[in-house]
Design a protein around this ligand. Structure first.
Ligand code: BGC
Length: 736
């Protein structure tokens, strides 16, 4: 049934459509486009934020209200409208416009809408693509039930710099893994049918290179060679385009000296030219206008011109299109064809979402009530959370905690902070619903001796005596340290990642009580905690785990779940090592601690605290000697590596078997290793499994400085193991 608010004109067009071919959404978009005035087309290219959530300069350009602006067809999309009633009000206003074109509602659903999952970097630690996809699907289900059609996620920016606060939103440092996670998240959000009740449009952001902000300072300039970009930053964006992500978002930074929002190399040559991308591109918040302070556009009109001509289809917030596109088209500075292409893509997305068939299909109060925080969604959030926890250290099998334990000393305000457990950028995450560790332990009937131990604001020790007394009264100590959730995320770059000495000293004192001590390090990024690393017997890195944080932590602490996560970013041992990553190059003077004139520091080691891909389990695994099916292959031929993994411990557990490749000599210098495959396997005690990795072009190739993917004949090291620093190597030759 067609929605009754449809204006006469659109009804005409819709009935005309059904009389001919109602099926193809590009044709439907074309037909509608033909009926639009230039003003109406430009209206579709404006995305405006709900007033109450304003963080940037938006005015309503002579309209009494946002509703009136929408009624006049001057917005294609709104963001940050989060309640069903307001969504209905604005959608009804859009339907009263001359052509009745519905709005798309967008929101940053980064790790859950109301039920919150671990922060994306935490989820990435699971190395479990199915779980990551499921998590995105649940987020989509709750988001769609909340009336929203579009999330500004996934963020697929590679970053090797933990100072950058937004590493929490991504999948870490590795381009190969980042590409896999991008695909999984997009599948999860979008499914196969955007008009289904449990799917929403995804947005691949930020195109491109945003994670390479110089010195990890958010919004900073980016400068890298094309070869570096193609090999280490581009793969997740390309994977997203191939996976059919509905939209792309520009990055704030410049690239090759040109702000990404007006960058024709990125938007035309790569995205549309080489990748044949069909979806639409949205700017980042105010990023069109920001081309002025970038020193690229002389004024807002020039900024609008640069962005529209480059192929930025929708402008988020800064209203340069609103103010200037019409005159720019009329003066011939922007061909109307450009506008038509942009609007066609936006309309296509609206048809794909099913909005023309039922603009209110996402506004169903009953569905919302049944979906939000349902037991099924909470169970999924808990499952994802336990899969995200990384076991960094476990001396003397301190973990899992013995079932005999009754009294627990629980130290640190982070154990009991709902806001922190929820994590940064948590959409409409319901704070009251967050299960903290203190709450989960209490619910399980443990006697808790709680003490703060340090001041959450200053990091200084506070009432240490009380914390030590709590330890002495207890069978075991759990102490939570780390950064606050608000310390990572956008505009949260940090110049110091060492945990406050107050937290680290406190841990040392707790360890000296002789009680078993488990340290939970919480944070949105790699942190440095060498004292804790050296002194605590057991350490879990727990990120921010979301709604079910406390329950998931208990699952791991008491061994109901055996942790199997791995670090998706290298953890530095010293600030001076940053940026740090495992795929460094050998250089002409490879690091040698005994030789001064090699690539190293004189005052600190090169070695990280914990390498990429590292993470322990409550059980142990051994790897057989790996074998290649063929050790010499012709160009284009495939081979296969086999390795047998055995669970040599007493518990079932998961291991992430990782495949790395090194091209020994190439026409461009190549890293000492690059991840090119992984498999997560579950083994019972004593069980063995032979894991097979196909080795073909994808594993052996690299991008030239012109962006061509090639495999060069020669010798390769093929490495396999359970961490980027624990590998066995076999040799492969690709003949000429
Ligand atoms: C961020 C984007 C986000 C947008 C809308 C910007 O500041 O960079 O990632 O999607 O705001 O909230």
């Amino acid at each position: 049934m067609k929605y009754t608010f449809l204006s006469g004109l659109l009804l005409l067009s819709v009935s005309h459509l059904s009389a001919s071919t109602p099926t193809d959404n590009w044709q439907r978009a074309d037909l509608l486009l033909q009926q639009m005035t230039l003003e109406e087309k430009i209206g579709q290219m404006n995305q405006i934020s709900n007033k109450s959530k304003l963080t940037g300069p938006v005015s309503e350009r002579g309209f009494k209200s946002l509703v009136e602006l929408v009624e006049n067809g001057m917005a294609g999309s709104l963001l940050n409208v989060t309640d069903l009633q307001s969504i209905r009000t604005y959608q009804e206003a859009a339907l009263r416009s001359r052509l009745g074109i519905p709005l798309i509602f967008g929101l940053d659903v980064i790790h859950g809408m109301r039920t919150i999952s671990p922060i994306p970097l935490g989820e990435a630690a699971s190395f479990d693509l199915e779980a990551i996809e499921r998590s995105a699907r649940w987020a989509a289900t709750e988001t769609a039930a909340s009336g929203i059609h579009w999330t500004f996620a996934p963020m697929v920016d590679i970053s090797t710099d933990a100072r950058w606060g937004r590493v929490m939103e991504g999948a870490g440092e590795d381009p190969y893994y980042g590409a896999q996670v991008a695909r999984a998240r997009i599948r999860g959000f979008q499914g196969d049918d955007l008009s289904a009740p449990n799917t929403i449009m995804a947005c691949c952001k930020h195109f491109a290179g945003y994670g390479a902000a110089t010195s990890g300072k958010d919004y900073n300039s980016v400068d890298m060679s094309r070869g570096h970009f193609y090999n280490y930053y581009m793969p997740p964006y390309k994977a997203a385009a191939e996976a059919g992500v509905a939209t792309f978002m520009n990055a704030f930074n410049d690239f090759d000296g040109i702000p990404c929002t007006g960058n024709t190399f990125l938007l035309q040559e790569l995205l549309r030219g080489r990748w044949h991308y069909q979806g639409f591109v949205v700017s980042d918040w105010n990023s069109v206008e920001e081309m002025v302070p970038h020193g690229y556009a002389a004024n807002r009109k020039e900024a609008a011109k640069a962005a529209a001509n480059a192929g930025c289809d929708m402008e988020m917030c800064s209203l340069c299109y609103f103010d200037h596109l019409k005159e720019l088209v009329e003066s011939g500075e922007i061909p109307e064809q450009k506008i038509d292409e942009a609007v066609r893509r936006i309309l296509y997305a609206k048809f794909e979402l099913g909005l023309f068939d039922d603009p209110m299909r996402y506004c169903d109060t009953n569905r919302l009530r049944q979906t939000v925080l349902s037991s099924q969604i909470r169970a999924a959030a808990r499952d994802m959370a336990k899969r995200s926890i990384v076991l960094l250290k476990n001396d003397n099998q301190t973990l899992p905690l013995s079932p005999k334990i009754k009294h627990i000393a629980l130290i640190g305000p982070l154990c009991d902070s709902q806001l922190d457990m929820r994590g940064g950028w948590a959409a409409e995450g319901v704070v009251d619903s967050i299960v903290t560790l203190r709450r989960a332990l209490t619910d399980r009937g443990y006697t808790i001796h709680y003490a703060e131990g340090y001041n959450a604001e200053t990091g200084l020790e506070s009432n240490t005596a009380q914390a030590l007394q709590a330890a002495c009264q207890s069978d075991a100590v759990i102490v939570a340290v780390g950064e606050r959730a608000r310390d990572s995320g956008e505009a949260r770059s940090r110049g110091e990642l060492n945990l406050p000495s107050g937290q680290q000293e406190l841990v040392k004192k707790l360890v000296s009580t002789g009680k078993p001590v488990v340290v939970l390090v919480m944070g949105g990024r790699p942190l440095i905690f060498n004292d804790i690393k050296n002194h605590a017997p057991a350490i879990l890195f727990t990120w921010w785990l979301g709604t079910e944080a406390g329950n998931a932590l208990c699952d791991v602490l008491f061994g109901d779940y055996n942790p199997g996560a791995k670090l998706p970013m290298t953890f530095p041992a010293h600030m001076g090592q940053i940026p740090i990553y495992y795929y460094y190059k050998s250089t002409g003077r490879p690091a040698d601690p005994n030789k001064p004139h090699t690539t190293r520091f004189i005052d600190i080691d090169n070695a990280p605290a914990y390498p990429f891909g590292y993470g322990l389990s409550y059980t142990t695994f051994t790897f057989s000697t790996p074998r290649l099916e063929k050790t010499m292959i012709a160009p284009g031929e495939k081979t296969c590596l086999r390795v047998t993994v055995t669970n040599t411990g007493k518990r079932s557990g998961e291991e992430v078997v990782q495949l790395y490749v090194r091209d020994r000599f190439a026409s461009l210098t190549r890293p000492v290793k690059e991840l090119r495959g992984f498999q997560k396997i579950m083994l019972s005690p004593g069980e063995s499994r032979t894991v097979e990795f196909p080795i073909d072009q994808e594993q052996l190739g690299f991008y030239t400085n012109e962006g061509n993917f090639i495999v060069e004949p020669g010798d390769f090291d093929i490495m396999v193991g359970n961490s980027s620093d624990q590998l066995q190597t076999v040799s492969l030759t690709v003949s000429k």
